[in-house]
Design a protein around this ligand. Structure first.
Ligand code: ATP
Ligand code: MG
Length: 352
């Protein structure tokens, strides 16, 4: 997105709290998250397994599991507060049509008994009002747009006749066929091998431009993010602990959890040494969390980290981090040496 372009909010999450009831207990999966999504951008959400990435985006689609509920907060889209939608009828105005989702396993989104052509055509008929030859032609065009060759032949085939990567392309075609404004991709390439993964990422990038999509891209792989995102939100234990433009996160991260995530990138590995991995485990979400949720695993933790939850500290108009290390009275703490070097090289590279 160009710097001069005025940013328009398309979706706004305010103080969202999401809980689940499980065996008579309550687990808090999302702990007071606020997040804006801007028109045309590609926002990546990163974080370890269990940090709440999927729960967050499922709540935007009205797809929380039955035992889950929005306890507090708003999800503003156009003039609607999606957090207060209660009927399927409400959701059908949004789901697919305005906001569509591509998930990790394409097989669960496809009907094994119908040709892929028919499945895409259903979306085209329903959402674009086309019929007959027009609908057919549109399907062929969508197939081409998602990089499928031999489209007339492919139209008549069933999901099992496609490879994993090709199936993911079909799911993306169905999502695009509904003309959504927002496309959520929840680990769309996790199940695919690395080459195919890169191709799907490139495809999503092309489609974003062609169809003027706003995208949310979820992954636990920070390496993927650099290729797709304009902005990054880092999640830990149901909270967004740092967010900023991709460069700001990659070359100037401030939260020790973000440092840890970046340190586990293969590029930062030292030959002959084991790759960095974050020690310890995330907190128990059944219990109330005191202070900074990352404190027990944080080698840089201050006393206050165990007591009081940090607010966001502002680093730039676009970059914010929730760590007490940014408090004016905090001692100066530098990131680990390897990371410092990576940041410096990155900044040099970014400045040409
Ligand atoms: N239906 C449910 N009932 C109880 N707890 C749930 C339910 N769905 C999710 N959770 C919990 O909410 C937390 C966040 O889960 P979520 O699936 O959003 O994680 P994630 O960040 O997407 O992880 P991953 O990278 O593994 O996909 C986890 O602790 C998970 O156990
Ligand atoms: Mg998930």
């Amino acid at each position: 997105m160009g710097e001069t372009q005025k940013k328009t909010k398309i979706l706004s999450i305010e103080n969202l709290v999401i809980k689940f009831k499980l065996r008579g207990q309550v687990l808090t999966a999302i702990r007071d998250i606020s997040l804006d999504l801007y028109k045309g951008e590609s926002l990546a959400i990163v974080g370890e397994s269990g940090s709440g990435k999927s729960v967050l985006v499922k709540s935007i689609m009205g797809l929380l599991d039955k035992n889950g509920y929005i306890d507090q907060g708003k999800i503003l889209y156009n003039d609607n507060d999606l957090a207060h939608f209660s009927t399927e009828k409400d959701w059908l105005k949004i789901r697919g049509k305005e906001i569509a989702m591509v998930t990790q396993d394409p097989m669960t989104s496809l009907n094994p008994l119908k040709t892929i052509g028919k499945q895409i055509e259903e979306a085209v008929v329903l959402h674009q009002g086309l019929t007959g030859k027009d609908a057919y032609e549109k399907v062929l065009q969508l197939l081409r747009d998602v990089g499928i060759h031999d489209v007339e032949k492919r139209y008549k085939q069933y999901p099992h006749e496609f490879s994993g990567g090709m199936r993911q392309r079909i799911v993306i075609a169905i999502a695009i066929a509904c003309n959504p404004k927002v496309l959520i991709c929840d680990e769309p390439t996790t199940a695919l091998d690395v080459t195919i993964q890169a191709q799907i990422l490139q495809l999503l990038k092309n489609l974003q431009e062609k169809y003027l999509l706003t995208t949310i891209y979820i992954t636990h792989d920070l390496g993927v993010v650099a290729k797709v995102a304009d902005r990054i939100a880092v999640m830990y234990a149901g909270d967004i602990i740092e967010y900023g433009k991709t460069d700001e996160i990659f070359f100037n991260a401030k939260h020790p959890y973000t440092w840890a995530l970046i340190s586990s990138l293969p590029q930062l590995g030292v030959k002959g040494q084991e790759l960095y991995s974050i020690k310890g485990t995330p907190p128990n979400l059944f219990k109330e969390i005191q202070g900074d949720a990352f404190a027990p695993r944080n080698p840089y933790a201050l006393k206050i980290d165990f007591v009081e939850r940090p607010p966001y500290f502002k680093l730039s108009e676009t970059h914010f981090a929730k760590t007490w290390l940014l408090h004016p009275n905090a001692p100066t703490v530098e990131p680990p040496e390897t990371l410092k070097k990576f940041f410096e090289e990155g900044r040099e590279y970014a400045n040409g």
